[in-house]
Design a protein around this ligand. Structure first.
Ligand SMILES: [Zn+2]
Length: 292
């Protein structure tokens, strides 16, 4: 059986066909412009693929509550053509298939829980650091939703004692995203993260912010594993810095077997940036179970 996978991002729509075991057989990338332009191309791609169902992981905020009147709508996004757009409705109208929907980061979390390094774990945190900071969270084996969905990239942060940068987030200035996402790094240091690889002070400060956030998530969510993805995390020198600061900030308060093995506890994504699209395959599989 074949499954359709759609990773609906703010800059591109990744469309793929995958198998039960998560293998991606083919994929294309379609630029995210306007719904009028982009949706017909997505539908055209999937139309003749003989897929049983479609899994969609969408940029947010997106309504992921199946009982809500606006289920499947992109909500109050700064991307104006997509604001209040019925994404799932348009896909259903064009494809007439069972569909599963979640946030892009929950999709990646699910990908890691199904096919990657978080298999068999109940509480898992997946964080992406790129143009923004997003969090996918599973609690008791279920992806966390609630009144909307977690927006843990916007938790409020203390300022690093040596940081004079005002903060990038238009809502909170100094939230995690405002201090530690790619655009904040570029604004603070005057260059893109990838060009700052040999500047130790950049990663010292970046890991300070990330570790503070992780400690708060560890204390509230009790994750068994924390997976860090996104473009910023391609700076692999961050991992040892983050691990040692998390240990330092926890200051011996928790003593679990997971925290004793930091190298296995805070890890890069294990699916080579395919965690999102593979998570969509799993969403598609689950949609079939639900509708059967
Ligand atoms: Zn914010």
């Amino acid at each position: 059986m074949l499954y359709g996978a759609l990773e609906a991002g703010g800059t591109k729509m990744v469309c793929a066909v995958g198998k039960e075991d998560g293998t991606i057989l083919e994929q294309v990338s379609i630029p995210t412009t306007t719904p009028e332009e982009t949706l017909p191309k997505i539908i055209e791609y999937f139309k003749d693929k003989d897929i049983a169902s479609l899994g969609v992981a969408a940029f947010g905020p997106v309504d992921v509550n199946p009982t809500s009147e606006t289920y499947g709508y992109i909500l109050d996004t700064p991307k104006l053509p997509w604001r209040n757009y019925n994404l799932l409705g348009a896909l259903r109208e064009g494809l007439h298939l069972p569909m599963g929907l979640d946030t892009d980061v929950n999709g990646s979390c699910l990908g890691e829980m199904t096919f990657g390094c978080a298999r068999g774990l109940d509480n898992v945190l997946y964080l992406t650091f790129g143009t923004g900071v997003g969090a996918g969270i599973a609690i008791g084996g279920q992806l966390l939703h609630g009144m909307l969905h977690p927006e843990a990239g916007h938790i409020l942060m203390p300022r690093h004692p040596e940081d004079t940068y005002e903060g990038k987030c238009p809502y909170h200035k100094t939230c995690l995203e405002g201090m530690a996402a790619g655009p904040a790094i570029e604004a603070r240091w005057g260059d893109k993260a990838k060009n700052l690889a040999d500047r130790d002070e950049v990663w010292e400060m970046e890991s300070w912010y990330i570790a503070q956030a992780l400690v708060n998530y560890i204390l509230t969510l009790s994750p068994r594993k924390i997976i860090l993805g996104g473009g910023v995390m391609h700076q692999e020198q961050l991992f040892p810095l983050i691990r040692s600061k998390v240990t330092e900030f926890l200051n011996g308060y928790l003593n679990t077997k997971e925290l004793k093995d930091m190298d296995s506890y805070i890890v890069p994504s294990s699916l080579h940036d395919d965690q999102g699209i593979m998570g969509c395959v799993e969403l598609a599989k689950r949609a079939l179970t639900v509708s059967a």
